[in-house]
Design a protein around this ligand. Structure first.
Ligand SMILES: C[S@@+](CC[C@H](N)C(=O)[O-])C[C@H]1O[C@@H](n2cnc3c(N)ncnc32)[C@H](O)[C@@H]1O
Length: 228
């Protein structure tokens, strides 16, 4: 059993987060008590952040933001990863005083995120386009130290670098989940897409690690970067 923070535990190939909303599972995940405290299993097949934590060759806790900080998440979806991140960043009744700005352009995702936020204070759901941050950037008044993007649409690297420039602090950590299939209009296979992402990213940021997520999410890579 290896704690990554007060709220995240690694137990062999399983990751667990302390449930900030006890008794409630978000997507049918297993609930289990460790030392009397309810945890939720963070499924690496449903969360690229969880898969990255399991697969990194570095310290897995480096992939997580500091509890109590403000973070930005682009492509929040229905809130699966957001909920576990909330367990870590905010905790029950937002005891750590974190803030998780969760942006998605799909109204049905926003509906789920809004429902999640009602029971999980600290989540700020935003209906918005990651490319058009002038419309919602006011909700992120200061630069953040941690930014995650999982938008699965064409031009993912460009969208990510614009967000890094606008929102990430110097030395801040950015995580880009890159879905090769979303860039299919380009010539070449997945490896060419990942190689061209590395080239584009390395012109502006330091690439800390390139994690291949095959097996958890095929045709996906997770890039961990630091802003210079
Ligand atoms: C793969 S899903 C995200 C899953 C989520 N990150 C999770 O782990 O639970 C990709 C999401 O990106 C959203 N999306 C796609 N293009 C976007 C854009 N330009 N701005 C914001 N969200 C976008 C989609 O609506 C979709 O919900």
């Amino acid at each position: 059993m290896r704690p990554l923070s007060d709220s995240v535990l690694m137990e062999g190939r399983n990751i667990w987060t302390v449930n900030a909303n006890p008794g409630v599972a978000i997507r049918g995940e297993t609930l289990r008590k460790f030392r009397g405290v309810e945890h939720r299993r963070w499924d690496p097949n449903r969360s690229k952040l969880s898969a990255g934590i399991l697969r990194t060759r570095k310290d897995p806790s480096d992939l997580l933001p500091l509890p109590g900080s403000t973070v930005l998440y682009l492509g929040a979806g229905h809130g699966t990863t957001i909920s576990h991140l909330h367990d870590h960043l905010c905790g029950s009744s937002n005891q750590y005083r974190g803030r998780l700005v969760a942006v998605d352009l799909a109204p049905r995702c926003l509906r789920d995120l809004t429902h999640l936020a009602e029971h999980r204070p600290g989540i700020v759901p935003v209906l918005g386009d990651a490319r058009k941050f002038d419309a919602w950037g006011v909700l992120v008044p200061a630069r953040v130290d941690w930014l995650f993007q999982d938008v699965a649409q064409a031009g993912q690297v460009g969208i990510f670098l614009s967000a890094v420039r606008r929102f990430l602090s110097k030395d801040g950590i950015g995580l880009l989940s890159l879905k090769a299939a979303s860039e299919r209009h380009q010539d070449g296979g997945d490896q060419d897409i990942f190689d061209s992402a590395i080239q584009q990213l390395s012109q502006e940021v330091e690439i800390i690690e390139h994690i291949n997520l095959t097996g958890f999410e095929d045709q996906h890579a997770l890039f961990i970067i630091r802003r210079r």
